[in-house]
Design a protein around this ligand. Structure first.
Ligand SMILES: [Zn+2]
Length: 239
């Protein structure tokens, strides 16, 4: 896992497959997503490096999960067990996050079929949709709710990828963390892939494009580091 500093308060925790984000919060951090399973040590090690402390001493205040897919919730249970942060998630994906349900199957477009096979070759569909280790959210939220972090954020319901997909909008800094509602490929924003409800996902993309974000960050692919709103609006027109 690699750490990529995006602003003086925001870092991307990146594997070759998926991104999670760390937001500085006092002498600790809040996390947006937790990457795939078994990344807890890497996350704490990297954040310890930032905080100048041993990984055992890293303070994680709160985790917000953008949706219930296991590549975003994978290390949440282990981080909770290690450092005890509160977990916040949207009502709509809570059954996935509590591992009571599998994710709804995506309605794949023709071009997504080979990509879906490439992501987890040979793994049966049930396993691909299976939840990660269960986490019980301490707080369930809906669109319009806020995260009461040192740097406050508004939560935006962006259904489509999953029913409860939720983006995080730091309005005063114009920073958007879109989860999988948007992705980027070769530094171009695209509609996130593998959507349970593609029409809803397109609507959600259009709403996010109207925010006029400066920095936009995604679950998969590189962030768009400046004037992201213009790029998103361009793509939204072609959806
Ligand atoms: Zn996803």
């Amino acid at each position: 896992m690699e750490l990529d500093q995006l602003t003086d308060w925001l870092w991307c925790l990146r594997t070759d497959f998926v991104n999670a984000y760390a937001v500085r919060d006092g002498d600790g951090f809040c996390l947006i997503d937790t990457s795939t399973a078994n990344n807890e040590e890497a996350i704490l090690e990297l954040l310890g490096g930032l905080a100048g402390s041993a990984r055992e001493e890293v303070k994680i205040v709160e985790i917000f999960l953008t949706h219930g897919h296991s590549d975003h919730t994978g290390s949440a249970a282990a981080i909770v067990a290690r450092t005890g942060p509160r977990v916040v998630a949207a009502v709509g994906d809570a059954p996935l996050i509590r591992a009571e349900q599998s994710a709804p199957p995506p309605q794949l477009t023709d071009w997504e079929v080979p990509l879906f096979e490439q992501v987890m070759p040979g793994v049966p569909l049930e396993q691909r949709l299976a939840p990660a280790a269960a986490v019980v959210p301490d707080r369930l939220v809906r669109g319009g709710d806020t995260l009461d972090w040192q740097r406050p954020a508004t939560l935006l319901a962006v259904p489509g990828h999953t029913p409860g997909s939720t983006a995080v909008w730091f309005e005063s800094e114009r920073v958007l963390i879109a989860g999988d509602a948007i992705a980027s490929h070769n530094r171009r924003p695209i509609l996130g892939v593998f959507n349970a409800d593609p029409a809803a996902a397109r609507d959600s993309f259009r709403r996010l494009a109207r925010l006029d974000a400066d920095l936009a960050c995604f679950g998969h692919g590189d962030p768009i580091r400046s004037r992201a709103g213009l790029r998103l609006a361009e793509v939204a027109r072609s959806l």
